[in-house]
Design a protein around this ligand. Structure first.
Ligand code: GLY
Length: 354
């Protein structure tokens, strides 16, 4: 097991990679019965191993990441007579941890909370770093707070029950970490593709631990995303636009072509091409990235309508007037954030999408 720390403005978080769901009790406050919030799938698969406590369930899928779900949970917490001494434990993937972190942060102006993170995507990204929130109408993660969970347990064994597409989705965020900070991590993935896809224990432990090491270091430097943390959005500006189109089924969808990681894969291909256009990296670097993503069963073909992406990408909450911060690659393993005009990004999108 490896443990990483993040000291946030309103509390600290310890992230335990390789710890197990069955040991969660060790991290809970003594004498407090946790209120557990999970989704229906996780409860069916692992409910018997949960620590003792009332269990509230939510549905699955990005569409339930809404204020309506938050309100429903808040009412259930009131019905359970929760008070400021309560502890809320979120057990699930990124949707569960995003919602639970937000609910715990606003209920009674904030109660203690922690996570058992069950998907690869949540373990390497969503559950780490203290961003909690929900979508609002067409806008992704538009309402939320920065607030660190007391602990995050990344139980590698729980990844075994994930569908293969979910493993690829998580690997997309691991590739992102390699591209923006760690060329050695990138080479390690390239050298261990099948082991990663087959969830070989040592390989996946290293991938999750290296990702959490990178993410916790960055969040420690810049919790509120005023500078360094922006680099974690590599591939996400265009990627979020694509994810929205997938969710709203606004384009010809191929079977299985949905999910955050898949959208980020396409967003990273586009951002790499944009970096090349700006003279920062070479075509051989772009090719290396697309080959790697393809080998991880992630999409790389930019077969989306440019005008639709321009519309959905403009809903980004990081937008500042006519400008946005776009994350480029200076080299494989090094990112650079530049404030550019929307018009420049849109012109680029028109040049590479259909
Ligand atoms: N997923 C990007 C961040 O946490 O900042």
């Amino acid at each position: 097991m490896k443990t990483f720390q993040v000291k946030g403005q309103q509390g600290s978080s310890s992230i335990h990679v390789g710890e197990h769901l069955s040991n969660t009790g060790t991290y809970l406050p003594v004498g407090v019965t946790p209120i557990i919030i999970t989704d229906e799938n996780i409860k069916a698969l692992y409910g018997e191993k949960f620590p003792k406590g009332p269990v509230l369930t939510i549905g699955t899928g990005e569409n339930i990441k809404t204020l309506a779900t938050v309100e429903e949970l808040l009412e259930k917490l009131i019905a359970l007579s929760c008070d400021r001494g309560s502890f809320i434990l979120g057990i699930g993937g990124g949707i569960v941890t995003d919602i639970v972190g937000f609910v715990a942060s606003i209920f009674l102006r904030g109660v203690r909370f922690g996570f058992v993170s069950t998907s690869l995507l949540a373990q390497v990204d969503a559950s780490v770093g203290g961003k909690n929130g929900v979508n609002l109408s067409a806008f992704k993660n538009m309402v939320g707070v920065f607030n660190q969970p007391e602990f995050v347990i990344c139980d590698i064994d729980m990844l075994e029950t994930l569908p293969k597409t979910e493993i690829s989705n998580g690997l997309a965020e691991i590739v992102k970490h390699g591209l923006i900070y760690d060329a050695a991590l990138l080479s390690f993935i390239e050298d261990n593709l099948q082991k990663a896809l087959n969830l070989d224990q040592d390989t996946i432990f290293r991938l999750v631990a290296d990702s959490v090491a990178i993410k916790s270091r960055v969040v420690q430097l810049d919790e509120r995303e005023a500078g360094e943390r922006r680099k974690l959005n590599f591939g996400h500006t265009i990627g979020h636009g694509i994810e929205k189109l997938d969710q709203e089924k606004l384009h010809q969808q191929k079977p299985g072509h949905t999910g955050h990681g898949r959208a980020v894969s396409l967003g990273m291909v586009a951002a790499a091409m944009f970096s090349k256009k700006k003279g920062m990296i070479a075509q051989t670097d772009v090719d290396r990235i697309t080959t790697l993503l393809k080998s991880l069963n992630l999409p790389v073909e930019l077969d989306y309508k440019a005008d639709q992406i321009i519309e959905t990408a403009s809903r980004d909450k990081k937008k500042q007037g006519n400008n946005l911060y776009f994350v480029f690659l200076e080299a494989l393993g090094t990112a650079r954030v530049e404030k550019i005009r929307y018009a420049e990004m849109n012109e680029f999108i028109r040049s590479v999408f259909t």
